[in-house]
Design a protein around this ligand. Structure first.
Ligand code: HEC
Ligand code: HEC
Length: 436
């Protein structure tokens, strides 16, 4: 028996019988004698009241039945009954009038290729050369560290699994190594967004004393040019008479990085039409990701507003409001692009493969993805943790602003749902390798 009918029998019928009995008693015992009504009048009054009770009973039953239905059944029903034509329907759009914006956030799948700049088109020769350079420890001062030492493409999904990076001679930096997977879609690179392209970025690590530690561009160029097979590969990639320069080295690496993209996640399959690619918990998490406002920063196909696919505001304040997490995870010592400690300014990172690339944040201070979600919800969106958060006041001495937030709250279950959704952003291929 379906939900509606069984509810009708469970709730509706007893309610109706009881109301009719009450009516019968009321009209015949109380109202009838009081108003001096004859038998016929009493039954007429009964009929009139009875219709009202019946209508109320039907409404109650329908409401109960709808309330018991699962959300995905009710959503379309409500939409069907509340849909109304736009006020100006039928009026032809003026030429050049802006298209009507969709009311909801539009989810997008990752394109199958990454955009390349006009002055460094992606060619198979460049990609092959770039791949070789990416894995070559010969580009570091002591021959021990390659790009792949800190960006382990398979083992750690393009990151290194450490809090902060480990360079030559065991030197550690102060920032966490982000993944290189899908970096090709980002409009600015590094945690603080200081590099404007992959080409510009790739020159950094070779000369960084804490990373690959080469003394100068000339030394890198000489090292590569000293290898006959590299000379052949460079000639194939850039033309026979072109010199081997740090710029060309960086261009080849960048071309290779543009092939490191992961359009093969459950989320992408879902958005492309496979309705079973995400499970119910993941869909709940996806809805929360939108309704809480994560999409205001982690937006678009690469889950970052620092995107070549139409991003707008690549850098944001983080943590944007003080929370106990500041001290627990030392979130304000490094201010990123703000250049001083305190509330820093950071590039919005992509969340693709994020379940595979912990620990989290610029300083790698948070080990669990669920805790990173708690920090984000609380610090960036003012969403409190737990059932009844109450009202909070926040005084900003620099800006002399007293803001009052009445934060919405989420509990562990919501956090788990968001984490489940974020797991759906992991590449099938990388997630499988990660398990092995
Ligand atoms: C010693 C470890 C180490 C080595 C070696 C290394 N990196 Fe990195 N990489 C990092 C760290 C740490 C960051 C973040 C630094 C920051 O934001 O200040 C980073 C950032 C990046 C980014 C930016 C990603 C993003 O989302 O912004 C790319 C791309 C990248 N590295 C590519 C490379 C390439 C190419 C090489 C080799 C030429 C290389 N890395 C060598 C540790 C390393
Ligand atoms: C106002 C902008 C903004 C909002 C809203 C926002 N984030 Fe972030 N998110 C950032 C920035 C900036 C960072 C980088 C922080 C840093 O530098 O350590 C970040 C980092 C993260 C990270 C860590 C990524 C990594 O690789 O270490 C996760 C996970 C994350 N956000 C998830 C979320 C979720 C889930 C929400 C919604 C509850 C959310 N974010 C809302 C701006 C935002």
């Amino acid at each position: 028996m379906n939900m509606g009918l069984s509810t009708l029998l469970d709730v509706g019928v007893p309610a109706l019988l009881i109301s009719l009995a009450v009516l019968l008693l009321m009209v015949h015992r109380e109202l009838g004698p009081f108003a001096g009504l004859k038998e016929g009048g009493k039954w007429l009054l009964m009929g009139a009241f009875g219709m009202g009770v019946l209508a109320f009973g039907i409404k109650l039953t329908v409401a109960t039945a709808v309330a018991k239905m699962p959300e995905r059944t009710v959503g379309p029903l409500v939409a069907a009954y509340t849909r109304h034509e736009p006020a100006d329907a039928g009026v032809p759009a003026l030429p050049g009038a802006p298209p009507r914006l969709p009311e909801h956030y539009v989810w997008q799948a990752l394109p199958q290729t990454a955009p390349a700049p006009a002055d460094n088109p992606t060619t198979p020769e460049k990609v092959a050369l770039g791949k070789r350079l990416f894995f070559d420890p010969g580009l570091s001062a002591d021959g021990t560290v390659s790009c792949s030492s800190c960006h382990d493409l398979t083992g750690s999904a393009g990151a290194d699994g450490r809090r902060t990076a480990l360079g030559i001679h065991g030197k550690t930096g102060s920032r966490n190594a982000p993944t290189v997977w899908n970096a090709a879609f980002q409009s600015v690179l590094f945690w603080d967004g200081r590099a404007a392209s992959l080409e510009e970025q790739a020159k950094g690590p070779m000369l960084n004393p804490l990373e690959m530690g080469m003394p100068s561009a000339a030394v890198v160029e000489k090292r590569v040019a000293g290898n006959a097979s590299y000379r052949g590969a460079f000639a194939r990639a850039f033309g026979p008479d072109r010199p081997i320069t740090l710029d060309h080295i960086a261009e080849a690496i960048a071309a290779y990085e543009r092939t490191l993209i992961t359009p093969d996640s459950p989320y992408d399959r879902f958005v492309r039409g496979d309705r079973h690619a995400l499970d119910t918990a993941q869909l709940r998490g996806m809805a929360l990701f939108e309704s809480l406002g994560c999409v205001s920063c982690h937006k678009g196909a690469n889950f970052s507003d620092a995107s070549l696919l139409g991003g707008q505001f690549p850098l944001r304040i983080f943590p944007s409001r003080p929370t106990p997490f500041d001290a627990r995870y030392d979130l304000t010592a490094d201010g990123g692009a703000a250049g001083r400690s305190g509330r820093g300014v950071w590039r919005v990172p992509s969340l693709r493969n994020v379940a595979l690339t912990g620990p989290y944040f610029h300083n790698g201070s948070v080990d669990k993805l669920s805790d990173a979600v708690r920090v984000m919800a609380n610090a960036q969106l003012g969403v409190a943790m737990g059932a009844s958060p109450g009202r909070t006041l926040y005084w900003s001495p620099e800006e002399r602003v007293l803001s009052r937030t009445e934060p919405r709250a989420i509990g562990d279950r919501e956090v788990e749902d968001i984490v489940a959704f974020l797991n759906g952003l992991s590449s099938d291929a990388l997630a499988k390798r990660d398990k092995n």
